[in-house]
Design a protein around this ligand. Structure first.
Ligand code: UD1
Length: 417
């Protein structure tokens, strides 16, 4: 088990450079399985989810090199093999192998995907869509087997704009016969990033990033290159930290257009942000005032920033209403914030946060990736020392977290317990 030891209340200045987006790269790597050509992915973050995907690709026969944030994938010897639970349970994004191996080989076998335990995370929209494209899908003892003679494009309506299902259907449909239209598709920027990679490979896709995506099937794809877009959740977490502890802290390598739902809330609360082309300068704000935050799908406030934002709200004067609308269990960090001195009442997926309250260092425990981020922020603004247990999760989504923060003045250690 890993633990963060944080000595709080340190002023932060200097620069934090943002890495490539976790939620893009975890789809781009499996998407490469659509071709036997050589793929090069730039700006790949050094996170544990990437390390796990490299192992999965090598298991499937790919030759991989990963140096200076460039991942080269040679799929000449790629084979379709069952993906066992030791792999699939490690990350949610393993479900993208269903679309890519299924699209390429018309057969895929994969155990149920893992990921953070933040509530029921069914994949029914993925499975229904695969069936509509022509797959026979059989589930037995937690393993899905997908088979098709051929795939045929068609209109697919999503009851809910699922990020994973949008990407997975796009991946599966690029080699189907005819046209697939995804209606009520998710619009997260990572979807456009994956579509750009597929287009570079020879796919025909229009409308990615909008609620209607049209994919016209092609016979074959070839190797291609792509840049991973900046991680808006990593950037957002550091902007939140900067608005509580920064002194001209520069968050660089970002796309500010993808962060508007966060930056406009912070500005409503009284944070002053200075924007440059691909960076934001942020300083500790005084007299923060309460704001209401409701997470929802893009371009709304991202659920993955909800937990760190709830820590920010403890420092705002007045009553903030915080509401999570995507997942069932994203408030499990709240009791820990309360032990540190916060005044938060939560019920179902809502919380009233009464501020501002000074936070004191305590021993707390992270329950998932973004809960770790929320407790990290809390520990950094608290007086004294905070120990956050069970932080393996945070390494899945934040590259070089400790170095990036210590380089700008934080005092954080990551230790094995
Ligand atoms: C992706 C992100 C995750 C982010 C989420 C929402 C990746 C690897 N993960 O997760 O960080 O929090 O988007 O922005 O990109 N649902 C169903 N049936 C389905 C699919 C989803 O009921 O077939 C429900 C889920 O239970 C969940 C909600 O829809 O409540 C969100 O799912 P989805 O948008 O698919 O998110 P993920 O792809 O799992």
């Amino acid at each position: 088990m890993k633990k963060l030891i944080i000595k709080g209340s340190k002023e932060l200045s200097g620069e934090i450079h943002i890495g490539g987006a976790k939620n893009s790269v975890v789809a781009l790597i499996p998407a490469s399985c659509l071709t036997k050509g050589k793929c090069v992915i730039h700006n790949v973050p050094d996170i544990s989810d990437v390390a796990m995907l490299i192992q999965m690709m090598e298991y499937l026969g790919s030759k991989i090199t990963y140096e200076n944030e460039v991942l080269t994938i040679d799929n000449q010897n790629l084979k379709e093999k069952p993906i066992p639970t030791e792999f699939s349970s490690c990350l949610r994004a393993s479900y993208y192998f269903m679309g890519s191996l299924g699209g390429h080989f018309k057969h895929a076998e994969i155990s149920y995907p893992g990921g953070c335990t933040i509530g029921a995370r069914p994949i029914d929209i993925h499975l229904d869509s695969f069936k509509k494209l022509g797959f026979k899908v059989v589930e037995k003892d937690g393993t899905y087997t997908m088979n098709a003679m051929k795939l045929k494009g068609r209109d697919i309506f999503f009851d809910f704009p699922s990020v994973g299902a949008t990407i997975n259907v796009m991946i599966a449909a690029v080699l189907a016969e005819g046209t697939t239209k995804i209606i009520n598709a998710a619009r997260e920027p990572e979807i456009q990033n994956v579509a750009d990679f597929l287009i570079n490979m020879g796919a025909k896709i229009e409308g990615a990033g909008t609620a209607e995506i049209v994919i016209t099937g092609v016979k074959e794809l070839h190797g291609a290159e792509v840049d991973v877009i900046p991680d808006r959740i990593e950037a957002g977490t550091y902007i939140i930290i900067g608005s509580l502890l920064g002194k001209n802290l520069k968050i660089s390598g970002i796309n500010k257009d993808n962060l508007i739902s966060l930056t406009s809330k912070l500005e409503d609360a009284g944070v002053k942000l200075k924007y440059n082309k691909d960076s934001i300068l942020v300083s500790k704000a005084r007299n923060l005032k309460a704001v209401n935050v409701k997470t929802t799908f893009y371009p709304g406030f991202p659920t993955d920033l909800g937990q760190p934002m709830s820590t920010f709200l403890t420092q705002c004067k007045g009553e903030s209403l915080f509401e999570e609308t995507i997942y069932e269990n994203r408030l499990r960090h709240i009791p820990y914030l309360n032990t540190m001195g916060a005044r938060i009442q939560s019920w179902e997926k809502k919380a009233v946060i009464i501020g501002s309250t000074p936070l004191r260092g305590r021993k707390v425990k992270a329950t998932d990736l973004r809960a770790s981020a929320s407790l990290l922020v809390a520990g950094m603004i608290a007086t004294g020392t905070t120990e956050v247990d069970n932080v393996e999760h945070i390494l899945r989504g934040y590259e070089n977290l400790v170095d990036k923060l210590n380089n700008v003045g934080a005092d954080i250690k990551l230790i094995d317990d």
